[in-house]
Design a protein around this ligand. Structure first.
Ligand SMILES: *[C@@H]1O[C@H](CO)[C@@H](O)[C@H](O)[C@H]1NC(C)=O
Ligand SMILES: *[C@@H]1O[C@H](CO)[C@@H](O)[C@H](O)[C@H]1NC(C)=O
Ligand SMILES: *[C@@H]1O[C@H](CO)[C@@H](O)[C@H](O)[C@H]1NC(C)=O
Ligand SMILES: *[C@@H]1O[C@H](CO)[C@@H](O)[C@H](O)[C@H]1NC(C)=O
Ligand SMILES: *[C@@H]1O[C@H](CO)[C@@H](O)[C@H](O)[C@H]1NC(C)=O
Length: 431
């Protein structure tokens, strides 16, 4: 594919990947004139950003024993991008891509490994480029707007604002080295700037931060951590994950079939980890409804059997306790999330279950991806820890827009500048 073709493919992806993608691409390709504050503040605490699932680049190097298709590459001399890899938008390329990025789960050792002959690495730990843009042409912007905003108020990329990318195919139980590196990064920044550090997590990144904090001694947190800013974290799990594992989800990209992507989506142990948790949801809430069975969170074993994905059950058993009990983080928390948008909480299938998309949905309030019940569970920490817990609901704000919206960026800036008090609700539809 020529570079013009690549450009087109990425733009197409951006336009279609998300209902609000028009807003997204405008921000990325034509960044709004950031409103630079008159006095740049050079006295703010350092910040580490932990992205959500699919939220940082991954690179691979291959020397494969076998190919799924003769057109796939067998061997690479260099590390090349597999996320985002534009081959995933080509008819045969998608098969090559899935065979490179997939994980193999061993239910005896309860461990995942890369596809045979494939090495995967996470570039850019401690820097920001890999979370600012997901592709090498800097078109698929993710944290770029936020980092740009912070730079305008005095932050310095790779110094006072850094990214902590990770292999988001794996849950924390298989990423133990990551947490050591994160701890070292916090200590390094603390020593360098003589100030405790803020951690910011988006979506599943919030669970990664919570797991990290739950496993640090209180004295360490009191010294090194100034606070935890959580954006749109599905604290009680995400109903959407059930749909993703059952029939796949291409997030609206028309070139990719849901069923095809399901192969890849079933390999990630992070998906079972994010299932609606047993503690949080009523035992009789139906998440998946078919003509013959209504599945609640008491029926996951049966569901995994019925969708022919038995390893998913083992992955869920391995991961459900990692953050499932929602132990308080033990640091000051700002929990922000979108509300006021219809969000599916039950997926209704016809006889073609599980090999076709749902035919209907039951909706509840949320941010169009995660329901607000799940995201609001951070409120329970208020009585469970000494440090303050601040909750802000953004009315009308969609899940992905959380990392772009001017009102969110402004609020984050205020927090970083030490203004802890935040409004309980902000309506993004009003100006
Ligand atoms: C602001 O902070 C950066 C990074 O620590 C430092 O290099 C720079 O000299 C500071 N600027 C001012 C005006 O203090
Ligand atoms: C899983 O791991 C065990 C123990 O290392 C090994 O004996 C077995 O062959 C592995 N299974 C697969 C399917 O690779
Ligand atoms: C941050 O690090 C990346 C990778 O080393 C580099 O490309 C980029 O220019 C750095 N940014 C700044 C502002 O130094
Ligand atoms: C599933 O639940 C719905 C709504 O409560 C009900 O109408 C339907 O009969 C149930 N289906 C089965 C198979 O139990
Ligand atoms: C998860 O927690 C439950 C209840 O506390 C316990 O029974 C179970 O053994 C735990 N599972 C794992 C894998 O630790």
């Amino acid at each position: 594919m020529g570079s013009a073709g690549r450009l087109l493919a990425v733009q197409l992806l951006l336009l279609l990947v998300h209902p609000s993608a028009g807003f997204w691409i405008m921000n990325v390709v034509f960044p709004p004139n950031s409103r630079v504050k008159e006095t740049s503040n050079n006295n703010t605490s350092p910040l580490i950003i932990v992205p959500g699932s699919l939220g940082n680049r991954l690179e691979a190097k291959i020397d494969k024993p076998a190919l799924v298709h003769w057109m796939c590459f067998k061997k690479s001399d260099h590390w090349f991008p597999i996320w985002i890899d534009l081959n995933m938008f080509m008819p045969i390329g998608v098969d090559c891509w899935i065979d490179n990025i997939r994980l193999v789960y061993n239910k005896t050792t309860r461990r995942s490994s890369n596809s045979p002959g494939v090495q995967v690495r996470v570039p850019g730990f401690g820097e920001t480029y890999t979370i600012e843009f997901l592709d090498y042409n800097n078109l698929a912007g993710y944290f770029h707007s936020m980092v740009e905003h912070l730079v305008n108020v005095g932050y310095v990329r790779n110094e006072t604002v850094r990214g902590a990318p990770y292999d988001w195919r794996l849950a924390p139980n298989e990423n133990s080295e990551y947490f050591i590196r994160l701890q070292e990064l916090v200590e390094e920044m603390y020593n360098q700037y003589q100030k405790p550090v803020y951690l910011l997590g988006h979506s599943m990144g919030g669970h990664y931060v919570l797991y990290f904090l739950n496993n640090q001694p209180q004295a360490w947190k009191d010294t090194y951590i100034r606070g935890f800013i959580s954006l749109g974290a599905p604290w009680g799990g995400a109903v959407k994950v059930l749909r993703v594992m059952t029939s796949g989800n291409n997030d609206g990209i028309p070139m990719l079939s849901n069923i095809k992507l399901r192969e890849e989506q079933r390999m990630m142990t992070t998906n079972p980890w994010m299932l609606p948790s047993e503690d949080a949801w009523p035992k009789d809430h139906v998440f998946i409804s078919t003509p013959s069975v209504n599945y609640t969170n008491q029926d996951y074993k049966r569901l995994f059997t019925d969708i022919d994905f038995e390893n998913g059950w083992h992955m869920w058993e391995d991961t459900k306790n990692l953050t499932g009990a929602l132990h308080p983080p033990g640091v000051e928390v700002w929990c922000m999330y979108g509300v006021g948008l219809p969000t599916p909480v039950t997926h209704i299938y016809d006889e073609d279950f599980p090999n076709a998309d749902p035919v209907d949905y039951v909706y509840a309030d949320g941010d169009d991806t995660v329901d607000s019940f799940s995201m609001s569970l951070c409120k329970r920490w208020e009585g469970q820890q000494e440090k303050p817990v601040h909750v802000t609901e953004y009315r009308g704000l969609a899940h992905l827009d959380m990392v772009f919206h001017e009102k969110v960026l402004h609020q984050i800036q205020q927090i970083l500048e030490g203004k802890s008090d935040v409004p309980k609700e902000i309506d993004v539809r009003l100006d």
